[in-house]
Design a protein around this ligand. Structure first.
Ligand code: SAH
Length: 231
């Protein structure tokens, strides 16, 4: 079963409206919607903001038989060439706010875990193809940096670029990735750029988020069309 997760209503409502044969499943802290989207059986959910919500919801999705996971949402652009509306397809994901450097670990490394979680190549290829069909936006493949922090400063963007080579910053992807990796379930994160994580980030995010969330959604639907054709 394919699972699709977003953090916010704006990130999933356009898909939820199209879900056929919808059945709502309630769990502590999460509601999963089961149904058929563009001919593909899916589990769809709004996971909430931040890494803890994302991890919990992903675990619920896996418990209900999710065997592939796509995260769709918005992010702050970190790569200097990214502009609002552009799309990032994850290569790998890091938790940029983890700091156990005092004990000799690299910044971002969770002790006992890999330094980054690598997205599935097949899902990435599907996302790449689907993203290429979204008109007027640049598509970048790159590292997604997640942390429990809305990044809104040039200094912090510089740090994420320098320390991690991140393409974008958001608050959930690496948590989804970590849970999926532990279960051996393939995943990919697709983010459209709502802001460039600098001093204008707050205003840009509020202005553009609902609009650019559509771009990530278009990528998901392009992926579904390809999966339906393969089935
Ligand atoms: N729904 C609330 C809170 C949003 S928090 C509101 O709109 O006020 C920001 C969300 O967008 C998170 O889910 C995060 O993943 C993503 N995001 C977009 N730009 C970001 C940035 N510059 N830094 C971190 N996360 C960002």
């Amino acid at each position: 079963m394919l699972a699709i997760i977003g953090a916010m209503d704006e990130e999933i409502e356009l898909l939820l409206g199209e879900l056929q044969d919808r059945e709502d499943l309630s769990f502590p802290g999460a509601t999963l919607h089961r149904g058929v989207l563009d001919g593909v059986p899916v589990l769809l959910t709004r996971g909430g903001i931040g890494k803890v919500n994302a991890a919990m919801t992903t675990a619920w999705l896996l418990s209900q038989g999710a065997s592939r996971v796509i995260f769709t949402g918005v992010a702050g652009g970190v790569h200097p060439e990214l502009r609002v509306g552009d799309i990032v397809v994850s290569t790998d994901l890091v938790q940029h706010d983890v700091d156990v450097t005092a004990l000799g670990y690299d910044r971002g490394t969770v002790p006992g875990e890999p330094p980054a979680w690598v997205a599935d190549e097949t899902l990435r290829a599907l996302a790449r193809e689907a993203a290429a069909e979204v008109e007027g936006v640049r598509v970048t493949e790159g590292r997604v940096a997640s942390g429990d922090q809305f990044v809104a400063s040039v200094g912090e963007v510089g740090r994420l670029w320098r320390d991690f080579g991140a393409a974008c910053a958001e608050m959930e992807g690496a948590a989804v990735a970590q849970v999926c990796a532990k279960a051996g379930v393939p995943f990919v994160v697709i983010r459209s750029v709502s802001d460039t994580a600098d001093h204008d980030a707050k205003v840009d995010y509020r202005t553009f988020m609902p609009l650019v969330a559509r771009h990530a959604k278009q990528v998901v639907r392009g992926m579904l069309a390809r999966l339906a054709a393969q089935a």
